[in-house]
Design a protein around this ligand. Structure first.
Ligand code: NDP
Length: 295
């Protein structure tokens, strides 16, 4: 039996509709418009696409979008001054600094200069600590999107065995913390892990966040497991010369024959990331104004 395909596009559309409804209510009842500021330094083409999509999606749900495009040679002090200005701007409820930054800028310093209550990416050290200790925080968008899809599919995650492949600060570690908070038994695997295939094959949930095209094949997947593929890799098209295609970290065709449910790439985790960014901005706006938070 082939796996149920978890449609991230459809799920994300549902999240965006809920956000838009809440935003409309905020405007009507409280005369507040949530605002998201996105800072892009340099001209990385992939980052430019992400920023454009974020801008468009923010406007679509009725929020204000403030774009700040800075040249690649922007000094650290100029960037910090802009973030300080956004930290103090009452119209801005969420701030996102698009990563990666040019090499001469200290990413940790820049991220930690965003006031934690506006840190809609959830990367500030305070938010990381709050999440790690199970307290209310801003939660990183990609793992949050994965968690929403898992909860929707399983209902309760309590007691399930989850293997997270990848231990990055932006995906693997927060993902593991979120699953732990939902009472999963969590294993984090990485490039030094032994018997990684066996570990994955014994899991109820496999999260792939590795950055290696189609590394996790059907042999790694236990019968009826749920597979969430975070990977976004552009590879040469197998049949059309000169073209490329997007694939995940999971070999979809073989994995879907073993899994109970699986997210595709594209159309799985990707759309959920932006939807969760909008949800986080709304949450930040409600918290800033002492209003009830969305669910
Ligand atoms: P990183 O490169 O920061 O981390 C990759 C992790 O994978 C590391 O922990 C590394 O281990 C581990 N790893 C690498 N090779 C292996 C291996 N052979 N076996 C086991 N583990 C391995 O990547 P990110 O976490 O930033 O991103 C992961 C993927 O998710 C990428 O494809 C990225 O494009 C995608 N992504 C998608 C998003 C979305 O919106 N859908 C958002 C963010 C990322 P070690 O620590 O030992 O080096």
């Amino acid at each position: 039996m082939t796996a149920k395909i978890i449609d991230g596009k459809e799920f994300a559309a549902g999240v965006r509709t809920k956000v838009a409804t809440h935003v409309a209510r905020l405007k009507e009842e409280n005369h507040i418009v949530p605002g998201l500021a996105v800072v892009l330094v340099g001209e990385d083409p992939a980052s430019e696409v992400y920023v454009r999509n974020k801008h468009k999606s923010t406007l679509e749900v009725g929020m204000n979008s403030f774009e700040h495009k800075l040249p690649a040679d922007t000094s650290e002090s100029d960037l910090l001054a802009l973030i300080d200005q956004l930290n103090n701007d009452p119209l801005v409820h969420g701030i996102l600094c698009q990563l990666p930054l040019p090499n001469h800028l200290n990413e940790e310093l820049v991220i930690n200069s965003i006031i934690p209550s506006k840190d809609v990416d959830g990367f500030h050290i305070s938010n990381v600590g709050l999440l790690g200790t199970g307290q209310k925080s801003m939660v990183p968008c990609t793992p949050l999107g994965c968690l929403m899809m898992l909860r929707d599919h399983h209902g309760s995650l309590s007691g399930l065995n989850a293997v997270v492949v990848g231990r990055s600060n932006i995906v693997g570690k927060p993902m593991a913390n979120l699953l732990l908070r939902d009472s999963c038994t969590v294993t984090i695997a990485h490039s030094r892990t032994k018997n990684i295939e066996t570990l994955c094959a014994s899991a109820d949930i496999v999260i792939a966040a590795v950055g290696r095209p189609e590394m996790i094949t059907g042999d790694w997947i236990g019968k009826s497991a749920t597979v969430i593929d975070v990977g976004i890799n552009r590879i040469a098209h197998p049949t059309v010369e000169g073209k490329t295609k997007l694939v995940g970290d999971v070999h979809f065709e073989s994995a879907k024959e073993k899994a109970g449910a699986i997210t595709p790439v594209p159309g799985g985790v990707g759309p959920m990331t932006i939807a969760c960014l909008l949800a986080n901005t709304l949450t930040a706006c409600c918290r800033a104004n002492g209003l009830e938070e969305p669910e």
